[in-house]
Design a protein around this ligand. Structure first.
Ligand code: HSE
Length: 437
């Protein structure tokens, strides 16, 4: 029976999941594959800590080069994260004729095209199912399940940490900072949560999906990215009163000619399937021309869910090795030899949306008319307005407003003028609404 040798670089949470699954499911994998997968080496700087997986002597090494340069290893699994060392290792592995599995969305978002071109030149593949949505098979769904279809839009809840914090704020009414602290203590949030809560991790994942869906390169800096750290319990509560949930949403609509792609906290109707995706769960809701709507839902992180996606990639690459069919599925849905251009991204100031606004104003007669006057002069039509009698910090009261579909540029112009008024106590909170998911 053919043997496929695997080396893992990075023995953290996901690496431990991969090693566990390879061991636990060895017989099943052999049966499904008609070949044996051997976990030959694992590299990590810490080779002392017990991860609860029994390994044969000599498997662990602190030198990743012993994997990358080992002529017997067929598949290198890169699980170290970050972009510098991971890029060097991936390129070297590919040049050495090895297939690579990676869960590293930051690496792919930034250097994906260079890495995939290098892989194609060397007749090997880079598999990356675990890079978006953890264990959810969204990559394979787009590459293979939708191979005949045109993607029109997709909306993703792609960060479990942010979704967990928003879900708890919704259920308990707590403050962002308090719940973040809890989440850190419970191990749901990193010590430095910036990438997760400020939308950067979601942006990396969105860039990977845009590349796959539309066959073009994506420039990270053109994607408007706003996180959840400014959301307050007042916003969550009022959104709920209006029949909405607030989610950190990755939004993408368009075609290969250009997309409206952005990440920000978003009010979505409470009856939409995405509004039911809570806690650390992830989901992608996708519309395509022939299939119509489809949604994938599941664990976007964690040892075993992410490990399962990595092992699925190992199996898929092993099948290609067994059948000698490397490069069967190109990274982009265009002929692999065609150069991919960069996709046009609609700047945020050009979008049109409905908006939720929360003003923090002093409680005096005539305030509302000053605010509505400025909105009116900037072509913004009010849909509904509510003032709650509750005083906030600084002695102001919240005025909640929904406005009809407006241009973002008009809204921004109006808010600049409103926030300069002496009656305003805090910067106005703006949250975009998505109705037509
Ligand atoms: N940190 C990510 C999350 C998981 O919280 O969903 C890895 O992409």
């Amino acid at each position: 029976m053919k043997k496929i040798s695997v080396g893992i670089i990075g023995f953290g949470t996901v690496g431990t999941g991969v090693a566990t699954i390879l061991k636990k499911n060895a017989a099943l994998l052999r049966q499904r594959l008609g070949a044996t997968i051997e976990l030959k080496r694992i590299a990590d700087l810490d080779i002392q800590r017990d991860r609860g997986v029994a390994l044969k002597p000599g498997v662990l090494t602190s030198d990743a080069n012993e994997i990358i340069n080992d002529p017997d290893i067929d598949i290198v699994v890169e699980l170290i994260g970050g972009t510098n060392a991971a890029k060097k290792m991936t390129l070297q592995a590919v040049k050495n004729g090895k297939h690579v599995v990676t869960a590293n969305k930051a690496l792919l978002s930034k250097h994906g095209h260079e890495l995939f071109s290098a892989a194609a030149e060397n007749g090997v593949d880079i598999a990356f199912e675990a890079s978006v949505g953890g264990g959810i098979p969204i990559i394979r769904t787009i590459q293979e399940g939708l191979a005949s279809d045109r993607i029109l839009s997709f909306f993703g809840i792609l960060n479990g940490t942010a979704n967990y914090i928003l879900s708890r704020m919704t259920d308990e009414g707590g403050d962002f900072q308090d719940i973040l602290k809890d989440a850190q203590e419970e191990g749901y949030a990193e010590a430095d949560p910036t990438f997760d809560v400020e939308g950067i991790d979601t942006m990396h994942k969105l860039c990977v999906l845009i590349g796959l869906a539309f066959g073009k390169k994506v420039s990270e800096k053109k994607i408007y990215t706003e996180g959840i750290s400014k959301i307050t319990p007042l916003d969550i509560e009022f959104a709920r009163e209006l029949g909405y949930r607030i989610k950190l949403l990755a939004i993408c609509r368009g075609s290969e000619k250009g997309v409206d792609a952005r990440i920000h906290p978003t009010l979505i109707p409470e009856g939409h399937l995405l509004a039911q995706v809570n806690n650390t769960l992830n989901a992608v809701f996708l519309q395509s021309e022939d299939l119509g709507p489809t949604m994938l839902y599941g664990h976007g992180a964690g040892m075993m869910p992410t490990g399962s996606a990595v092992v699925a990639d190992i199996v898929s690459l092993s099948r290609d090795i067994v059948k000698n069919t490397a490069n069967r599925v190109p990274y982009l849905p265009v002929n692999g030899k065609k150069k991919a251009g960069e996709i046009a991204i609609k700047p945020i100031k050009e979008i049109e949306a409905r908006y939720y606004l929360r003003f923090s104003a002093i409680d005096k007669p005539g305030i509302l008319s000053q605010i509505s006057g400025i909105l009116g002069r900037n072509n913004i039509s009010i849909y509904s307005v509510v003032q709650k009698g509750r005083r906030m910090r600084g002695g102001s009261v919240p005025i909640f407003m929904l406005v009809h579909e407006s241009k973002e540029s008009d809204i921004q112009k109006a808010l600049k003028q409103i926030d300069r008024l002496s009656i305003l106590r805090q910067k106005t909170m703006l949250i975009r609404i998505e109705e037509g998911l």
